[in-house]
Design a protein around this ligand. Sequence first.
Ligand code: GLN
Length: 302
Amino acid sequence: MLQALLETLDRDARQRNDWGQVASYIPELASIDPAQFAISVCTVDGQEYHAGDVQVPFSIQSVSKVFTLALALGRLGGRLWERVGREPSGRAFNSIVQLEREQGIPRNPFINAGAIVTTDAVLGQRAPRETLGEILSFLREAADDSDVHINEYVARSEQRTGDRNYALAHFLRSCGNLHNDCDRALGTYFHHCAIEMTTVQLARAARFLCGGFRGHRMIGIERVRSINALMMTCGHYDGSGEFAYRVGFPGKSGVGGGIMAVVPNVASIAVWSPGLDQYGNSKQGTKALESLSKATGWSVFA
Ligand code: GLN
């Protein structure tokens, strides 16, 4: 029944033919065809269901912030919260205005400023290459798949045009909340955002956040709870309330059009459609998750 449902969601997305706009501020992503859709679900009893363009790797972008957060919490524990908050920002992912008011402590680890800080925390004093290796290893282990890579063109394309993120990083550094220099921290950040995965790989990679047959083997239950809470409240930036209302379980979006979502103790989900809504979240991806949630009763609020 789940398989038939996913196929319906795929068909519906294509029939609506209302894809939204692809992110154009990263030149390498601007040329992607918006008329694509894929969805994958892994249930905690070990079953998998897939529909649509599930073999096409896409740029996971801000979805990668979940994995850096997992590693940063592992490294710093509760001390991470001295450097980054846990409140929804109510602002765009790349917003700069709150940072001055809050003296260089970003609102949460999923807006860009917060993710630059968590990347800096994971980096510590190590080389970017080593840190990126650690992030990739974590993802490969979570997905049970060694075929997960960084797209260098996307990383460089963003580095060349990333003035806004440079502004955020310089401001953070002026407040003493960036320990590496801006190039080093951002180089690492742009590279983990440029990781490419399919929905099959991403849904598998999210299993560590939803319990079940893999349990919470990769990280402890406390960290799982923290990450899921933050995905619920902050995972879609200024569209987070709307996502909670329409979908009703934790999820993290990226401007590549991916959304990774978790139904605790039930299933992990990845959906991808590169056209975005006004908040920079996948338009058809969100719509599909909304329909999936209604059809299955998976909202945590139900
Ligand atoms: N790499 C992107 C940026 O920093 C990530 C943003 C996103 O996916 N929302 O702008």
